[in-house]
Design a protein around this ligand. Sequence first.
Ligand SMILES: Cc1ncc(C[n+]2csc(CCOP(=O)(O)OP(=O)(O)O)c2C)c(N)n1
Length: 320
Amino acid sequence: MAALTREQMLHMFRSMAQIRAFEYRAYELYREGVMRGTTHAYVGEEAIAVGVCSALNQDDTITSTHRGHGHCIAKGGDVNMMMAELLGKESGYSHGKGGSMHIADIDKGILGANGIVGGGMAIATGAALSAKYLNNGKVSVCFFGDGALNQGILAESMNLAAVWKLPVIFVCENNQFAMSARVQVMTSVEDLALRSIGFGIPGVNVDGMDVLAVFRATSEAVERARAGQGPTFIVATTYRFLGHHVGDPLNYRTKEETDVWREKDAIEKLRSYMLDNGVASEDEIAEIEKDVQGKVDVAANAAKAAVEPDPKILMDDIYK
Ligand SMILES: Cc1ncc(C[n+]2csc(CCOP(=O)(O)OP(=O)(O)O)c2C)c(N)n1
Protein backbone atom coordinates (compact mmCIF):
# COMPACT_ATOMS: atom_id res chain seq x y z
CA MET A 1 0.00 0.00 0.00
CA ALA A 2 1.40 3.40 -1.02
CA ALA A 3 2.05 5.96 1.75
CA LEU A 4 -0.58 8.63 2.20
CA THR A 5 0.14 12.00 0.62
CA ARG A 6 -0.22 15.32 2.46
CA GLU A 7 -3.29 16.09 0.31
CA GLN A 8 -4.92 12.79 1.27
CA MET A 9 -4.39 13.50 4.99
CA LEU A 10 -5.72 17.03 4.67
CA HIS A 11 -8.74 15.65 2.84
CA MET A 12 -9.33 13.15 5.65
CA PHE A 13 -9.14 15.90 8.26
CA ARG A 14 -11.47 18.11 6.24
CA SER A 15 -13.97 15.31 5.77
CA MET A 16 -14.04 14.41 9.50
CA ALA A 17 -14.38 18.07 10.49
CA GLN A 18 -17.15 18.53 7.92
CA ILE A 19 -19.10 15.60 9.34
CA ARG A 20 -18.81 16.90 12.90
CA ALA A 21 -19.86 20.43 11.98
CA PHE A 22 -22.80 19.06 9.99
CA GLU A 23 -23.98 16.85 12.84
CA TYR A 24 -23.86 19.56 15.49
CA ARG A 25 -25.81 21.89 13.19
CA ALA A 26 -28.38 19.15 12.50
CA TYR A 27 -28.96 18.87 16.26
CA GLU A 28 -29.38 22.66 16.53
CA LEU A 29 -31.90 22.66 13.71
CA TYR A 30 -33.86 19.95 15.45
CA ARG A 31 -33.87 21.90 18.71
CA GLU A 32 -34.95 25.05 16.87
CA GLY A 33 -37.97 23.06 15.68
CA VAL A 34 -37.19 23.45 11.99
CA MET A 35 -36.32 19.77 11.53
CA ARG A 36 -39.06 17.22 11.99
CA GLY A 37 -38.71 13.48 12.54
CA THR A 38 -35.47 12.65 14.33
CA THR A 39 -31.77 12.37 13.62
CA HIS A 40 -28.95 10.15 14.84
CA ALA A 41 -25.57 11.85 15.13
CA TYR A 42 -22.29 10.29 13.99
CA VAL A 43 -20.20 12.53 16.28
CA GLY A 44 -17.23 10.52 17.60
CA GLU A 45 -17.34 7.91 14.84
CA GLU A 46 -16.03 10.04 11.96
CA ALA A 47 -12.76 8.11 11.51
CA ILE A 48 -14.60 5.04 10.30
CA ALA A 49 -16.59 6.60 7.45
CA VAL A 50 -13.61 8.70 6.38
CA GLY A 51 -10.97 5.96 6.75
CA VAL A 52 -13.10 3.51 4.77
CA CYS A 53 -14.26 5.89 2.01
CA SER A 54 -10.72 7.26 1.53
CA ALA A 55 -9.72 3.76 0.43
CA LEU A 56 -12.48 3.62 -2.20
CA ASN A 57 -12.87 4.99 -5.72
CA GLN A 58 -15.75 7.31 -6.58
CA ASP A 59 -17.56 4.53 -8.48
CA ASP A 60 -17.25 2.00 -5.66
CA THR A 61 -20.50 1.71 -3.73
CA ILE A 62 -21.59 1.94 -0.09
CA THR A 63 -24.75 1.22 1.84
CA SER A 64 -25.43 3.19 4.97
CA THR A 65 -27.52 3.15 8.14
CA HIS A 66 -29.91 5.32 10.17
CA ARG A 67 -26.69 7.07 11.37
CA GLY A 68 -25.68 7.80 7.78
CA HIS A 69 -24.76 11.47 7.35
CA GLY A 70 -21.08 10.73 7.98
CA HIS A 71 -20.95 7.97 5.37
CA CYS A 72 -22.56 10.25 2.77
CA ILE A 73 -20.20 13.16 3.43
CA ALA A 74 -17.16 10.87 3.43
CA LYS A 75 -18.23 9.44 0.04
CA GLY A 76 -18.59 12.92 -1.44
CA GLY A 77 -22.26 13.69 -0.77
CA ASP A 78 -23.44 17.29 -1.22
CA VAL A 79 -23.97 18.98 2.17
CA ASN A 80 -26.45 21.49 0.71
CA MET A 81 -28.70 18.75 -0.63
CA MET A 82 -28.30 16.76 2.58
CA MET A 83 -29.28 19.69 4.78
CA ALA A 84 -32.27 20.49 2.56
CA GLU A 85 -33.35 16.86 2.82
CA LEU A 86 -33.13 16.98 6.61
CA LEU A 87 -35.47 19.97 6.60
CA GLY A 88 -37.88 18.28 4.18
CA LYS A 89 -37.29 20.74 1.36
CA GLU A 90 -37.78 20.37 -2.40
CA SER A 91 -34.05 20.92 -3.05
CA GLY A 92 -33.12 17.93 -0.89
CA TYR A 93 -31.76 14.62 -2.18
CA SER A 94 -35.22 13.01 -2.13
CA HIS A 95 -37.12 16.26 -2.67
CA GLY A 96 -37.74 16.33 1.07
CA LYS A 97 -39.59 13.02 1.14
CA GLY A 98 -36.84 10.91 2.73
CA GLY A 99 -35.39 12.92 5.59
CA SER A 100 -32.33 12.21 7.70
CA MET A 101 -32.39 8.41 7.39
CA HIS A 102 -32.91 8.10 3.63
CA ILE A 103 -30.16 9.96 1.81
CA ALA A 104 -28.81 8.43 -1.41
CA ASP A 105 -26.64 9.71 -4.26
CA ILE A 106 -26.30 6.98 -6.86
CA ASP A 107 -23.79 8.93 -9.02
CA LYS A 108 -21.44 9.05 -6.03
CA GLY A 109 -21.96 5.36 -5.26
CA ILE A 110 -24.09 6.06 -2.19
CA LEU A 111 -26.77 3.40 -2.60
CA GLY A 112 -28.78 4.67 0.32
CA ALA A 113 -29.02 5.11 4.05
CA ASN A 114 -31.60 2.88 5.68
CA GLY A 115 -33.97 3.19 8.63
CA ILE A 116 -34.16 -0.61 8.86
CA VAL A 117 -31.33 -1.91 11.01
CA GLY A 118 -29.30 -4.26 8.78
CA GLY A 119 -31.24 -3.08 5.73
CA GLY A 120 -28.12 -2.33 3.67
CA MET A 121 -26.47 -5.74 4.05
CA ALA A 122 -28.12 -7.59 1.18
CA ILE A 123 -28.12 -4.44 -0.97
CA ALA A 124 -24.32 -4.13 -0.64
CA THR A 125 -23.92 -7.85 -1.31
CA GLY A 126 -26.16 -7.50 -4.37
CA ALA A 127 -24.06 -4.57 -5.59
CA ALA A 128 -20.95 -6.73 -5.22
CA LEU A 129 -22.65 -9.55 -7.15
CA SER A 130 -23.42 -7.10 -9.96
CA ALA A 131 -19.80 -5.86 -9.94
CA LYS A 132 -18.53 -9.42 -10.23
CA TYR A 133 -21.04 -10.29 -12.96
CA LEU A 134 -20.19 -7.16 -14.96
CA ASN A 135 -16.48 -7.59 -14.16
CA ASN A 136 -16.20 -3.81 -13.67
CA GLY A 137 -13.73 -3.89 -10.75
CA LYS A 138 -16.07 -2.10 -8.34
CA VAL A 139 -16.02 -2.85 -4.63
CA SER A 140 -19.00 -2.42 -2.34
CA VAL A 141 -18.99 -1.59 1.37
CA CYS A 142 -21.73 -2.26 3.87
CA PHE A 143 -21.69 -0.14 7.04
CA PHE A 144 -23.66 -1.39 10.04
CA GLY A 145 -23.66 -1.15 13.83
CA ASP A 146 -22.89 -3.69 16.55
CA GLY A 147 -26.64 -4.11 17.08
CA ALA A 148 -27.12 -5.00 13.41
CA LEU A 149 -24.43 -7.66 13.76
CA ASN A 150 -27.17 -9.96 15.08
CA GLN A 151 -29.57 -9.50 12.16
CA GLY A 152 -30.21 -12.76 10.28
CA ILE A 153 -29.66 -11.13 6.90
CA LEU A 154 -25.97 -10.74 7.76
CA ALA A 155 -25.54 -14.53 7.88
CA GLU A 156 -27.21 -14.94 4.50
CA SER A 157 -25.24 -12.10 2.97
CA MET A 158 -21.89 -13.24 4.37
CA ASN A 159 -22.49 -16.80 3.26
CA LEU A 160 -23.28 -15.91 -0.35
CA ALA A 161 -20.50 -13.32 -0.43
CA ALA A 162 -18.00 -15.95 0.70
CA VAL A 163 -19.28 -18.74 -1.55
CA TRP A 164 -19.22 -16.48 -4.62
CA LYS A 165 -16.09 -14.57 -3.53
CA LEU A 166 -17.85 -11.24 -3.96
CA PRO A 167 -15.98 -7.92 -3.76
CA VAL A 168 -17.79 -6.71 -0.62
CA ILE A 169 -16.45 -5.38 2.68
CA PHE A 170 -18.63 -5.70 5.77
CA VAL A 171 -17.79 -2.86 8.16
CA CYS A 172 -19.18 -3.21 11.69
CA GLU A 173 -19.09 0.09 13.56
CA ASN A 174 -18.88 -1.10 17.13
CA ASN A 175 -19.90 2.05 18.99
CA GLN A 176 -20.64 -0.18 22.01
CA PHE A 177 -24.41 0.35 22.04
CA ALA A 178 -27.62 -0.45 20.17
CA MET A 179 -29.88 2.27 21.53
CA SER A 180 -29.38 1.69 25.30
CA ALA A 181 -28.18 -1.95 25.08
CA ARG A 182 -24.48 -2.58 25.52
CA VAL A 183 -22.81 -4.83 22.98
CA GLN A 184 -21.82 -7.29 25.75
CA VAL A 185 -25.46 -8.10 26.55
CA MET A 186 -26.34 -8.67 22.88
CA THR A 187 -23.40 -10.63 21.51
CA SER A 188 -21.93 -13.83 22.91
CA VAL A 189 -18.33 -13.36 21.76
CA GLU A 190 -16.06 -10.64 23.08
CA ASP A 191 -14.06 -10.48 19.87
CA LEU A 192 -16.71 -9.54 17.31
CA ALA A 193 -14.32 -10.16 14.41
CA LEU A 194 -14.59 -13.90 15.15
CA ARG A 195 -18.15 -13.81 13.84
CA SER A 196 -17.11 -14.08 10.18
CA ILE A 197 -14.64 -16.94 10.58
CA GLY A 198 -17.35 -19.60 10.28
CA PHE A 199 -18.25 -18.22 6.87
CA GLY A 200 -14.65 -18.42 5.70
CA ILE A 201 -14.34 -14.63 5.73
CA PRO A 202 -11.31 -13.05 7.43
CA GLY A 203 -12.27 -10.89 10.41
CA VAL A 204 -10.12 -7.87 11.20
CA ASN A 205 -10.19 -5.64 14.29
CA VAL A 206 -9.23 -2.01 13.91
CA ASP A 207 -9.13 1.05 16.15
CA GLY A 208 -12.11 3.05 14.94
CA MET A 209 -10.71 6.21 16.55
CA ASP A 210 -7.68 6.13 14.23
CA VAL A 211 -8.51 7.17 10.67
CA LEU A 212 -5.12 6.07 9.34
CA ALA A 213 -5.55 2.58 10.83
CA VAL A 214 -9.06 2.32 9.35
CA PHE A 215 -7.71 3.46 5.98
CA ARG A 216 -4.94 0.81 6.06
CA ALA A 217 -7.29 -2.02 7.06
CA THR A 218 -9.79 -1.03 4.36
CA SER A 219 -7.09 -0.66 1.70
CA GLU A 220 -6.04 -4.26 2.35
CA ALA A 221 -9.66 -5.42 2.14
CA VAL A 222 -10.13 -3.47 -1.11
CA GLU A 223 -7.02 -5.11 -2.58
CA ARG A 224 -8.35 -8.55 -1.66
CA ALA A 225 -11.75 -7.73 -3.13
CA ARG A 226 -10.38 -6.35 -6.42
CA ALA A 227 -8.05 -9.36 -6.74
CA GLY A 228 -11.05 -11.72 -6.66
CA GLN A 229 -10.25 -13.02 -3.17
CA GLY A 230 -13.68 -12.18 -1.80
CA PRO A 231 -15.11 -10.41 1.22
CA THR A 232 -13.52 -9.09 4.41
CA PHE A 233 -15.20 -8.34 7.72
CA ILE A 234 -13.83 -5.29 9.53
CA VAL A 235 -14.80 -4.45 13.10
CA ALA A 236 -13.94 -0.85 13.95
CA THR A 237 -14.22 -0.03 17.65
CA THR A 238 -15.54 3.41 18.40
CA TYR A 239 -17.99 5.29 20.64
CA ARG A 240 -20.85 7.61 19.86
CA PHE A 241 -20.20 10.78 21.81
CA LEU A 242 -23.88 11.84 21.80
CA GLY A 243 -27.14 10.01 22.46
CA HIS A 244 -28.66 7.35 20.22
CA HIS A 245 -30.80 10.09 18.74
CA VAL A 246 -31.32 13.75 19.46
CA GLY A 247 -33.85 13.11 22.27
CA ASP A 248 -31.90 10.38 24.13
CA PRO A 249 -31.68 11.11 27.91
CA LEU A 250 -28.47 8.99 28.05
CA ASN A 251 -29.34 7.46 31.42
CA TYR A 252 -27.61 4.15 30.65
CA ARG A 253 -24.00 5.36 30.74
CA THR A 254 -21.86 7.74 32.75
CA LYS A 255 -20.28 11.03 31.80
CA GLU A 256 -16.95 9.63 33.06
CA GLU A 257 -17.12 6.82 30.48
CA THR A 258 -17.90 9.28 27.71
CA ASP A 259 -15.03 11.52 28.81
CA VAL A 260 -12.57 8.63 28.50
CA TRP A 261 -13.63 8.17 24.87
CA ARG A 262 -13.65 11.90 24.13
CA GLU A 263 -9.95 11.83 25.10
CA LYS A 264 -9.48 9.46 22.14
CA ASP A 265 -11.17 11.81 19.67
CA ALA A 266 -10.09 10.81 16.15
CA ILE A 267 -10.13 14.38 14.85
CA GLU A 268 -7.77 15.51 17.62
CA LYS A 269 -5.60 12.47 16.97
CA LEU A 270 -5.17 13.29 13.28
CA ARG A 271 -4.63 16.98 14.12
CA SER A 272 -1.77 16.05 16.50
CA TYR A 273 -0.31 13.62 13.98
CA MET A 274 -0.26 16.23 11.21
CA LEU A 275 1.24 18.91 13.45
CA ASP A 276 3.87 16.59 14.97
CA ASN A 277 4.93 15.31 11.56
CA GLY A 278 4.96 18.64 9.76
CA VAL A 279 2.07 17.63 7.49
CA ALA A 280 0.10 20.81 8.17
CA SER A 281 0.42 24.00 10.20
CA GLU A 282 -1.98 25.29 12.89
CA ASP A 283 -3.09 27.98 10.42
CA GLU A 284 -3.89 25.50 7.66
CA ILE A 285 -5.91 23.38 10.06
CA ALA A 286 -7.78 26.41 11.40
CA GLU A 287 -8.54 27.44 7.81
CA ILE A 288 -10.07 24.02 7.08
CA GLU A 289 -12.20 24.20 10.23
CA LYS A 290 -13.44 27.67 9.31
CA ASP A 291 -14.21 26.53 5.78
CA VAL A 292 -16.26 23.46 6.78
CA GLN A 293 -18.17 25.52 9.33
CA GLY A 294 -18.91 28.08 6.62
CA LYS A 295 -20.22 25.34 4.32
CA VAL A 296 -22.56 24.14 7.05
CA ASP A 297 -23.80 27.69 7.70
CA VAL A 298 -24.50 28.21 4.00
CA ALA A 299 -26.26 24.84 3.75
CA ALA A 300 -28.40 25.45 6.85
CA ASN A 301 -29.44 28.95 5.79
CA ALA A 302 -30.23 27.79 2.24
CA ALA A 303 -32.22 24.83 3.58
CA LYS A 304 -34.24 27.07 5.89
CA ALA A 305 -35.05 29.43 3.02
CA ALA A 306 -35.83 26.65 0.52
CA VAL A 307 -39.37 25.84 -0.56
CA GLU A 308 -41.44 22.89 0.65
CA PRO A 309 -42.15 20.18 -1.95
CA ASP A 310 -45.42 20.31 -3.82
CA PRO A 311 -47.74 17.72 -2.18
CA LYS A 312 -48.49 16.49 -5.72
CA ILE A 313 -45.09 14.69 -5.80
CA LEU A 314 -45.99 12.58 -2.77
CA MET A 315 -46.71 9.43 -4.78
CA ASP A 316 -43.85 9.90 -7.29
CA ASP A 317 -40.69 7.74 -7.11
CA ILE A 318 -42.58 4.83 -5.55
CA TYR A 319 -41.83 1.31 -6.74
CA LYS A 320 -45.08 0.06 -8.26
C1 LIG B 1 -35.18 -4.08 11.87
C2 LIG B 1 -35.18 -2.98 12.92
N1 LIG B 1 -35.30 -3.31 14.22
C3 LIG B 1 -35.28 -2.33 15.16
C4 LIG B 1 -35.18 -1.01 14.80
C5 LIG B 1 -35.15 0.09 15.87
N2 LIG B 1 -33.76 0.57 16.02
C6 LIG B 1 -33.36 1.71 15.41
S1 LIG B 1 -31.74 2.02 15.66
C7 LIG B 1 -31.57 0.65 16.63
C8 LIG B 1 -30.24 0.30 17.26
C9 LIG B 1 -29.20 0.02 16.23
O1 LIG B 1 -27.97 -0.21 16.85
P1 LIG B 1 -26.68 -0.41 16.01
O2 LIG B 1 -26.94 -1.31 14.84
O3 LIG B 1 -25.60 -0.82 16.94
O4 LIG B 1 -26.39 1.02 15.39
P2 LIG B 1 -26.03 2.37 16.14
O5 LIG B 1 -27.35 3.06 16.42
O6 LIG B 1 -25.30 2.03 17.38
O7 LIG B 1 -25.20 3.14 15.16
C10 LIG B 1 -32.77 -0.05 16.73
C11 LIG B 1 -32.96 -1.31 17.48
C12 LIG B 1 -35.07 -0.71 13.42
N3 LIG B 1 -34.94 0.55 12.99
N4 LIG B 1 -35.04 -1.70 12.50
